[in-house]
Design a protein around this ligand. Sequence first.
Ligand code: SF4
Length: 194
Amino acid sequence: MPLSAYEYLTRIGRLVQAEERASAGGLPPVQLHALDYLVRCNRYSDKPAAVGDYLQVTKGTASQTLLALERRGLIEKRSDAADRRIVRLRVTSRGRSLLRRAMPPPLVVTALDGLPAEQRRRIMGALDSFLRELQRVNQGRSFGVCHTCRHFVREGNERFRCGLTSDALSVDESTRICREHESAGVSNRKGASQ
Ligand code: SF4
């Protein structure tokens, strides 16, 4: 009997997580994913609460995860330059070096490279659609890349602005993931806070 979609997803998830743990020297996947998030997120998204939202874990689990990463010297906390009460998280050079070794896991890269380009493209399209649908049903945050957000404004050649905050955005920021990202046509979210 063929596997159900759910069985495919759980089997793939288990394989990928085992490989992540091996390539990250035993670092638990939740810590690796928090690290990967922090190296790719923008300035609106580098706070502890955003990490919890991204990982879909409780405040306590997010706090323990960040503490473990800090103790390992993989992230550091910094006070916001404008408001010292705000804590921002930054991946250290040690954390970046670990991510370069571990993400994406070599097993996943090798398996994807073994597929024809057209099949890879179709898999990516299907996974993107499925993730969007899951987020829509769950009413969760999309954590998408900035330039795909409905608030993203192109003002000229390599000049961008966030329509939500009115801040100017650099080219680098336009490629980062954001806690406030909203896909076109989607504005209502469970637990949204500014
Ligand atoms: S345009 Fe959207 S994704 Fe980009 S910074 Fe603004 S809210 Fe975040």
